[in-house]
Every structure is written in C-alpha cells, then in structure tokens.
Write a protein that binds this ligand. Structure first.
Ligand code: 13P
Length: 266
C-alpha cells in the first residue's frame, strides 16, 4: 500500500535528543545529518525534518543552520510558562524565539512523570509558546495502566483537551501521540493503534479549534519508532509524522526514518 500524503499536512519527522549530545557533538551531528540528507537528494519541503537538542546546544545549532542555510528546523524540549523573572532554571519562550527556534516540545511524558508536570502546567506552557510564536508540539499518551483501565484513547484525549484549554484562535500546533509504554521500550504501538488514537485526537482538535485547524494540524506518533517500522505508521491517514527518541541519535537510522518514502513497499 502506498503512502498517501494529505496535501494540507506536510509530514514532520522530529528527533527528540532528550539529554544527549553536548554542543560540540550537536554541531558535528547536525552537519552530517543535513549534508547526508542533501546528498541523498532528500526533499525537505516534502518531509520536514526537525531536531530538539538540549538547551545548551541551541545557540550552536542555530549558528550552524543559519550560516550553512541548512533546511532543518529545531526547537527546545520544554519552555517556561512565564516570560521572565525569578524562575531559576527555566527558559522563556522569548529566548527560544530569539534563537530562531520554530518549535518547542511541551508535556513530554518524561516531564509529566519526572517533573510532575500537570495538565494545567502543560496548558500554560502551550499558551506561552504560542505567545512567543513557537509551534508547540503537545505530547499526550497513556501509561500501560491507563491502557488497561481506560482503553487507548481516554487519557490522550483528556490530556489534549486540557492542553488546548487556553488556545482560542486558529493556532499552528502539532500533537504528538506517545504511548508511555512504547517510549524507549522497543515495543512500538501498532500502526492501527496509533491511527485509532490519532483519529480520536483529531476529533478533539475539531471540537476545540474547528474543522479547518483540525484538518491542517499534524499528529505525530512517537514510541520506539525505527527505520523498520516508520512506513507502517505513515500509511495511516491520521498519522502525519513521528517524534523519534533513541533512533534520532543515530544519523543513518534517523536519515532512513526521514526517507521513509524510499522504503515503503509499493
Ligand atoms: P523512543 O523513540 O526512544 O521510544 O522515544 C520516544 C520519545 O520519547 C520521543 O519524544
């Protein structure tokens, strides 16, 4: 089965580096990734590529991307709900914007779990990101326990509803469905499972932001995505890309994920 691309939604393959690669490693990595993809003839307008390095790498990545005019997007892995002030350790959306970040990841399950971020925190951060012209990549997903107790869509749906509580106008946003049980476990959801939840999430977008925004908002799948399973997800009509963790740290593997159209059985 061929991959059909919805003309309103350019697929996005995003690499969440988490707490890996320092700024020197980031420079070498981004250079190799971008030039490798260019040499392979990758059409960056057909499948968008973004990387999410640690905060301390962002200035280096920005300088490189801008000097070499690399067709890569980048962003932060989190953002403060506040603009500035006495918030030790936090990073303002204004700073990320100033560094030419286009995107910011919000509400990743590791932040929800390890940093006790609540749905309200996530909603406040989404509002802050939009205020500073950053596209929030809103992460939602259920734990194995949630799945057993409530089925696949209930928790992601309620997390997305909550995250959008403060969003009023037709904003540019991205949603990432990342089942917690699939993150870093090597046990990805099936394409059918991802599609089922992505379709439910698109209905939430429609309810909250209207049909037009729902139709153009990209919904990514994340959780043990690899070159060998990406094509299956991309065949699904409501899955518009991937948020990749571990495999985004391997240039060959990540490039192969980006170029999924080349290894789809057609
Ligand atoms: P893995 O791809 O390592 O499972 O991580 C997914 C993830 O958390 C991306 O944000």
């Amino acid at each position: 089965m061929a991959v059909t691309i919805n003309p309103r939604r350019t697929p996005l393959i995003a690499g969440n580096w988490k707490m890996n690669l320092d700024h020197l490693q980031a420079i070498a990595f981004v250079q190799k990734l971008a030039w490798g993809l260019k040499d392979a003839g990758h059409d960056f307008t057909a499948v968008e590529v973004a990387v999410f390095p640690p905060f301390t790498d962002l200035r280096s990545v920005q300088t490189l991307v801008s000097a070499d005019k690399l067709p890569l997007a980048f962003g932060g892995q989190d953002v403060s709900a506040h603009d500035s002030g006495a918030y030790t350790g936090e990073i303002s959306g204004a700073f990320l914007s100033q560094l030419e970040c286009q995107y910011v990841i919000i509400g990743h399950s590791e932040r929800r779990t390890l940093h006790r971020e609540t749905d309200d925190d996530v909603a406040a951060k989404v509002t802050a990101a939009l205020k500073h012209n950053l596209v929030p990549i809103i992460c939602v997903g259920e734990t194995a326990e949630d799945l057993e107790q409530h089925g696949p869509s209930a928790v992601p749906v309620s997390q997305l509803r909550a995250a959008l509580a403060g969003v009023t106008n037709a904003a540019d946003i991205v949603v990432a469905y990342e089942p917690v049980w699939a993150i870093g476990s090597g046990q990805a959801a099936t394409p059918e499972q991802a599609e089922q939840v992505a379709a439910a999430l698109r209905s939430v977008l429609e309810e909250s932001l209207g049909q037009d925004v729902a139709g153009k908002t990209r919904i990514l799948y994340g959780g043990s995505v690899k070159a060998s399973n990406i094509a299956g997800f991309m065949r699904e009509p409501n899955v518009d890309g991937a948020l990749v963790g571990g495999a985004s740290l391997d240039i060959a593997e990540f490039s192969s994920i980006v170029r999924y159209q080349k290894h789809v059985g057609v």
